[in-house]
Design a protein around this ligand. Structure first.
Ligand code: DP6
Length: 361
C-alpha cells in the first residue's frame, strides 16, 4: 500500500451531520521510536503493548456547513471545558490529513475529549488522543462511503493518527503492534501500525503494566524536540541499527515466551532511549532520583525471588513495570511494600495489555 491508497475516490456529498464516540488506548513501546524522517516516517521500526485502562474517549459531533469554510472549523473541549491550547496541535493535524479526508472543511467539528488518567499525571495523552480523533474522523468517511472494509478503516485510522503523533498509530489495534518496516524480518510498514505479524507465546496475552507515577506534570522535553535531537546525533546510526536488532531478537523471544531475554531487550531499550537524551546536544536527564531507586529495587527483587518484573520508560520519569499475569499477586505486594514510597503521592495505575480501540457510539 502507498499513501495514495488512502486518498478516497468515491464519497457521497449528502451526509449532513452525525455524532460518534471512540475510546482509544494508550500504548507502551518495547522497542522505542526515537528519531524520525519527514512526514512522520520513523527512523526505525518499533513494537508496543496496547494498554487497556489508560485511554482517551473522544466524541465528535460534525455538522455540514452551508458552504466550505476557508479554514478548519472546530471547537475542542477537555472534560467539557473549552481547551484553546489544544487548538494549534489539532489545526496542524487537520492540515496534514486534509489530503486524505478532503471533506474536512465542509463540516464544523466539535471535539469533546476525556482521559482515563489525570491530565497532569505525566502520561502522554497524544497517542490515545490522536488515535481516538482519527477514528472519529474516519466515521465521517465511512458515512460518506459505507462500502469501506474494517481493514481499510483500521489501517487508515492508524495512518491518520500517525500524522498526528507517530506513536498514536500503535493505539488502534491490540495487543502487540508493530509500526515500521523491518527489512530483516520482512514485516511492517512505515505508514501505519499492524497487529504484530509473528507468533506470540500465550504468556504475553495478559501481560500486566503497573505505571508508577514518579513525577506528575508536564513533560520536560516534548517529543517533537526529542525526536529532533536524533538529527545529527553522534550515536544515531548505531541506535537505529540496535533497534532493528532488538526487534529481530524479540521475534524469537515472543514466540518462545523467553522472559529472561525479554527483560534484557526491554530494559536495554528504555535505558538506551534515555542514554540518547543524555548524549544529545542539548542534553537532558529525564529520570528522577526515584526512577533510579525503583529500578534498583526491581533488580534486587528479581535476584531475590526469581520472578520477572521488568521496567520500561517513556521520555519521562514514570516507570512502567511489566510482568506476567501469573506473578501478579507477588509483584503487586512488592509494589505496595517497596515501590509506592517513590511515587508522587503514592500514585500508580494498574494497567494491562488491551485489545485496541472500541466504538462507544
Ligand atoms: C519515547 O509519538 O510522542 O514514547 O511523533 O513527535 O508525536 P511524535 O512523537 P511521539 O514519540 C513517542 C516517543 C516514545 C517512544 C515510543 O512510544 O515509541
Amino acid at each position: 500500500m502507498t499513501e495514495n491508497d488512502f486518498v478516497p475516490k468515491t464519497l457521497s456529498s449528502d451526509v449532513s451531520d452525525g455524532l460518534v464516540t471512540w475510546k482509544a488506548p494508550s500504548n507502551i513501546a518495547l522497542v522505542k521510536y526515537w528519531g524520525k524522517l519527514p512526514d512522520q516516517i520513523p527512523a526505525n521500526a518499533s513494537v508496543s503493548f496496547t494498554l487497556q485502562v489508560s485511554a482517551t474517549t473522544t466524541t465528535l459531533t460534525y455538522r455540514k456547513l452551508e458552504k466550505e469554510s476557508k479554514d478548519f472549523s472546530f471547537d475542542i473541549f477537555l472534560d467539557d471545558k473549552p481547551k484553546p491550547d489544544f487548538a494549534p496541535k489539532i489545526q496542524t493535524f487537520l492540515s496534514r490529513i486534509e489530503k486524505y479526508l478532503p471533506f474536512l472543511k465542509t463540516y464544523h467539528l466539535e471535539i469533546r475529549t476525556t482521559n482515563s488518567f489525570p491530565h497532569s499525571s505525566g502520561i502522554a495523552s497524544s497517542a490515545s488522543g490522536m488515535a481516538a480523533l482519527a477514528l472519529c474522523l474516519m466515521e465521517i468517511e465511512k458515512a460518506k462511503n459505507p462500502e469501506i472494509t474494517k481493514l481499510y478503516f483500521d489501517r487508515k485510522a492508524s495512518f491518520l493518527a500517525r500524522l498526528g503523533s507517530g506513536s498514536a498509530c500503535r493505539s488502534i489495534d491490540g495487543e502487540l503492534v508493530q509500526w515500521g518496516k523491518h527489512k530483516g524480518l520482512n514485516s511492517g510498514t512505515d505508514l501505519y501500525g499492524i497487529p504484530y505479524p509473528h507468533k506470540t507465546h500465550p504468556v504475553f496475552t495478559d501481560y500486566q503494566d503497573t505505571i508508577l507515577l514518579v513525577h506528575q506534570g508536564q513533560k520536560q522535553v516534548s517529543s517533537t524536540v526529542g525526536h529532533a535531537l536524533m538529527e545529527g546525533h553522534i550515536y544515531a546510526d548505531q541506535r537505529f541499527r540496535q533497534a532493528a536488532h532488538n526487534l529481530e531478537r524479540l521475534k524469537q523471544i515472543f514466540e518462545e515466551g523467553d522472559l529472561k531475554s525479554f527483560i534484557e531487550v526491554v530494559e536495554s531499550e528504555a535505558l538506551t532511549l534515555h542514554a540518547m537524551m543524555m548524549t544529545s546536544i542539548p542534553y537532558f536527564v529525564l529520570m528522577k532520583p526515584n526512577t533510579l531507586r525503583i529500578i534498583e529495587h526491581i533488580w534486587e527483587f528479581r535476584k531475590r525471588t526469581g520472578l520477572h518484573p521488568c521496567f520500561t520508560l517513556d521520555a519521562g520519569a514514570n516507570v512502567h513495570l511489566l510482568y506476567p499475569n501469573e506473578e501478579r499477586k507477588e509483584i503487586l505486594a512488592f509494589i505496595k511494600d517497596e515501590l509506592l514510597d517513590f511515587c508522587e503521592e503514592g500514585k500508580y495505575i494498574e494497567d494491562q495489555i488491551g485489545q485496541g480501540a472500541t466504538k462507544l457510539a
